[in-house]
Every structure is written in C-alpha cells, then in structure tokens.
Design a protein around this ligand. Structure first.
Ligand code: SF4
Length: 397
C-alpha cells in the first residue's frame, strides 16, 4: 500500500507574523535591507494605516486562500528600524493583532531596536507594557572605530546604556547582532567586543559574516582598497573565537550564525529554519502560506497600492509555488542550518519519504568530504561543514 503523505510544508495553518518597518535614520554602509532614511511623520503614518489594512485583509481573506490563522505564537518587528516607531502605532498594531488573530499567552514578541533609541528605562518599559518580550539590538561591534566605519549612529557606550536600561525595565530576553569580517577590523576588535558583551545581561547572540551588497558604500570601499577587508580565513578565525568564547560562557550554538542561553533560541527565526509557514506585512516583507511564497513590493507606495488593490494574497506578489519536491529540498537546506540537524523520522513524518534514499548520492559525497555526519538518525554539519556550509547547501538547491 502506498504510504500516506502529509505535506506539512504545504499546510495552511500559521501562527507566526513578520512585520517590516521600512524606516531608518540613515543608511549603514553595508546594509541591503529595504529601508528609507526619513523622519517624515506623514510617511510613518501612511505606513501605520496601511499595515492595519494589510493585517485586516490577511485575516478577512485567509479562508478563501486556504490559510487558517491560529493565535500567534511569534510576532517579529524587523526592519529598517522598528524602534523608531511611535509607541501609539506599536500599541495599536499589537492590539489589532490581538483582536484579529489572537496572541498565544506565551508568545514571543520581538522588536528590533537600535541602541541610540533606547535612551530611558521608560521607553523599554512602554514596549514591555504592550506585549513585547524580546529585544534584538543591532550592536555589530563594540569598537567605536568600526561603528564609525560602518556608518552606525551609536557608540559602544550607547549600546551599553541601551541593554542596561532595557534590562532594568524588565526585558529578560535580549539579543545582540554582531558582524565579522568588517573593513579595518582585526582579532583585537573581536576580543574587545567579546569582553564588552560579557558585561551585559544577554540571552542570545547572532553573528554574521559581512556580505558586501552591490552598490553599497562598502562595495566602493572594497573596489578602492580591498586590503582593508580581512580575508576569508581571518573572518573564519573571528567567528571561531566568538563561538569558542560564547560556548565557554554557556551559550548553545544552535544555528550556523546563532547562539542562545538555555531556552532562548529565537522561536520566530526557527519557524523559517524549519520551513514552517508565516504571515508577513509591510513593504518588502515575504510570507510563506499554504505552500506559496509571496513578497510585497519593496517600495512604500507600491506596497500601499498593492495592499489597497489585490491585497496580501495577491497573485502578482507570488515569487514561488513550492512543490512537494522543492519542500523536501528546503527541509534539508534549512534544517541543516540548525546544529541539531535533520532527523530522518521527522522528515518521514512531514514528507512521507526517506531522505537517505532521496538524497543518497549528495549525502554520500558530502560525508566522504567530511562535511556531513550521519549517526543513523540525524544528518548534521560537521565542524568542517559549518565552515563550508555553502558547498553543502548547493547540493540541495
Ligand atoms: S539601521 Fe539596520 S536596517 Fe537601517 S540601514 Fe542600518 S543596518 Fe540597515
């Protein structure tokens, strides 16, 4: 008898929401995210009113699009700089989410923030009072000379103050972002940043290797003087040092670029890595619903037009319809990012297939190269595989 296939990856049941806030005070030299440098309150209001409309339409038109929205377990305000938003806007939007979808009692609700906006305990206490319980703060480096090189608006002391005030206000889940491989950086900057973060009450660290986007200030810098950028080997050394120190401090390395204490893994991002569905609102935001990926237009005005027109389930925003075969590849590709790896039984339950047979040649080749390890239950990256993860991922694209 053929085995029953349960295409979980194509399930329309969703309980995560991403909201993209497209405003920044200025553009950092390495940034590729969609954001506008503005302080124009009219644009902020336009965004807020349109987000409310989009949330309403996500709810109203869910059923006919095969989507069933459960009380939200994770909400993530990313950007851009969500901490620039007026308290009233955030409060009204979360209230609307509560009314429309419901919010689970133990939901993880994250706000991305830049240090220079957290200037008083009151600001952080206000965010807590409306339901935010996790802050993701963009530090990038604790070295003032590197913050300057990146075009960041905060100093090391601003970051210390921000985390301290947020903690005093009651935040018990605070994450910091770091970047390795920055121009003019060396191992001493990494040691300096590690010493700095050791003094702070953090539960989570994300650390990414610098990726130089096209047409960015960093690209011009790279073309003018590539010697300013550490080579790949040095960048890996930086990452390994961060990894070593964080693990010694009790952090778990749970995803290629992420470390967490105890149970503080990012639940929202884990939804992405597990290829589970999520709703999205805001310009340039991408959703994955009922096996369909959509991306909103990366323009404030085009997005507004789209929300008022065909709405968030629009066909024109579709970027990919994920077939079952693609869903299986994604389960491998994304699942291998997690250091727990991809479990054969879970894969079987989700896709009704055995990945050891489906991807036998890729697995064998990557095991021969010592990039993957299989213990009979779970396939995971070896330490060498972590360094060359792009070679591994290419095999499953
Ligand atoms: S604050 Fe964040 S989103 Fe804005 S430009 Fe800098 S890195 Fe990009």
């Amino acid at each position: 008898m053929p085995q029953q296939v349960t295409p979980n990856s194509l399930s329309g049941t969703v309980s995560s929401l991403y909201i993209h806030v497209p405003f920044c005070q200025s553009k950092c030299y390495y940034c590729d995210f969609y954001s506008i440098s503005t302080a124009d309150s009219e644009l902020f209001r336009l965004w807020h009113e349109t987000i409310k409309m989009e949330l309403q339409r996500l709810k109203d038109e869910a059923e006919v699009n095969g989507v069933s929205i459960l009380p939200l377990k994770t909400i993530y305000y990313g950007g851009g700089t969500p901490s620039l938003l007026a308290f009233e806007f955030l409060s009204e939007e979360l209230e609307l989410c509560r009314d429309l979808f419901g919010i689970a009692q133990d939901a993880e609700i994250t706000l991305e923030a830049n240090p220079e906006q957290i200037t008083s305990e009151r600001i952080a206490a206000d965010w807590l009072s409306i339901g935010f319980n996790r802050l993701s703060i963009g530090l990038q480096s604790a070295s003032n000379h590197l913050l300057h090189v990146m075009g960041r608006r905060h100093s090391r002391e601003d970051a210390r103050q921000a985390v301290t005030l947020a903690y005093k206000a009651g935040f018990r889940n605070i994450s910091l972002d770091l970047i390795t491989g920055l121009p003019d950086s060396g191992m001493s900057d990494i040691e300096d940043t590690l010493a700095f973060i050791n003094t702070l009450p953090l539960t989570h660290i994300s650390t990414y290797a610098l990726d130089v986007p096209r047409n960015s200030r960093f690209e011009k810098m790279l073309v003018a003087d590539c010697e300013r950028f550490p080579d790949d080997l040095t960048e890996r050394k930086m990452f390994h040092r961060i990894r070593e120190v964080l693990i010694n401090r009790g952090f778990e390395h749970y995803e290629i670029s992420n470390f967490a204490l105890d149970s503080f893994q990012s639940r929202h991002n884990t939804v992405y890595w597990r290829a589970q569905p999520y709703l999205a609102a805001g310009p340039a935001a991408s959703s994955y619903l009922a096996g369909i990926r959509r991306s909103n237009p990366a323009s404030l005005l085009q997005w507004k037009k789209s929300v008022e027109g065909d709405g968030p389930y629009s066909k024109t925003n579709i970027t990919e319809i994920i077939s079952e075969e693609e869903a299986m590849r994604e389960s491998m590709l994304l699942g291998l990012r997690l250091l727990l790896g991809v479990n054969a039984k879970e894969f079987q339950q989700r896709h009704g297939r055995d990945y050891r047979l489906l991807f036998a040649s890729q697995i064998e080749e990557l095991r021969e190269k010592a990039l993957l390890d299989f213990d009979g239950e779970t396939l995971r990256l070896t330490p060498e595989g972590e360094n060359f993860c792009n070679i591994v991922f290419r095999e499953f694209v």
